[in-house]
Design a protein around this ligand. Sequence first.
Ligand code: AMP
Ligand code: MG
Length: 413
Amino acid sequence: MPRTIAEHADAVAALLREGLSHRSVESLPVDAALIAAASDRHLGRVLAADVRAPIALPPFDNSQMDGFAVRSAELGDAGATLPVGPMIVAGAGILDLPPGTAMPIMTGAPIPRGADAVVQVERAVPAVFPAEGGAVTLPGGIVAGTFIRSAGSDAREGDLLLQGGTRLGPAQWGVLAAAGVASVEVHRRRSVLVVSTGLELAPPGEPLAPGRIHDANSASLGASLAGLGLEVAVETLRSDEPAELLALLRAREFDLLITSGGVSAGAHEVVRLALEPLGVEFLSVTMQPGGPQGLGLADLGRGPVPVVALPGNPVSVLVSFEAFLRPALRETAGLRRTRRDAERLPLAEALDSPAGKHQLRRALVHGGAVHMIGGPSSHLLGHYALADALAHVPVGVERMEAGEPIEIWRIDD
Ligand code: AMP
Ligand code: MG
């Protein structure tokens, strides 16, 4: 019995949950120089536990403007002319505001004890900072709290700063630094080995002998996986010999194996011949492209590791990644949102699809409508590279008319 996309997606997610469950954590320093120097070690990492604010943010009441710290009541409704004390700069300690005076204060400087508002310098007459001992005329009607950034207004001490499962991007590293957190626990990155198989494969850059093609899948899979924060190694096996594949796999260490090619019904299905005897299951999914799939745990000399065996056609590889691996790997990474958002938009032109298959067609969205790019065939990688959406034509649907809403996933990221 062939499986539906949803059933196979569940099976891949269950396999990775089981096979990668030994989730270990590591500690990363919140260190700007290291973040900048080794951004892939820091960017996109996923927090293993909640982080609470060790201090309030901001840590003290401070000025939101360059202006004058005052007691708002002393300005009344009419305003007042007040003698001016010393200037308070950002970085100064906490001073006292003597009654009946105003103190020039810079943005970020601590509000002096006794003050309850800041009047911007632009509203002073004249609109300049007089020297200490001078006087300033300020307007009335100032409400207490004006232009004061109060302590804890961003986060109070002990508040949840970042939830476990949060992906650490620039703003998250920034707030950890702001709160003075020295290090955080993150999930260890998974190591993935990608092996593209096929006697016909040659690396890009090598002139093609007759009958040969360049290996596209190592590049597209490598890019897909690296974007999920995994440690990725790629290998091209330029052979369809099962023994050579097994020798390569036994020489490597990895948490997860993803292969391309050699899984269907041909005479030289290298991945199937090598891994079926080790317990990897090969089956058919009612998806087009991407029908033949393999998955399972296999012991390649270091205990059982999860194996996801993808078909060889380059569009099948990318579509399989989107349908199965992306959500499962995002879940394994501890991310909260695992699925792409689905949108429904009108189809620009009619299309036909085999009733027994869930087609994932490549499309471009423009003018609010979904335009197909190229046909449904699995070798049309050039068309995929031009697309910004995958359009779903579910099992049971043989024809869709122009204007009918069609479900899409945006793939323009
Ligand atoms: P296979 O599943 O090995 O029979 O491959 C199916 C089709 O995909 C064949 O036309 C292969 O030449 C092609 N193919 C397999 N691997 C790759 C690859 N790494 N890059 C580009 N095309 C590939
Ligand atoms: Mg092959």
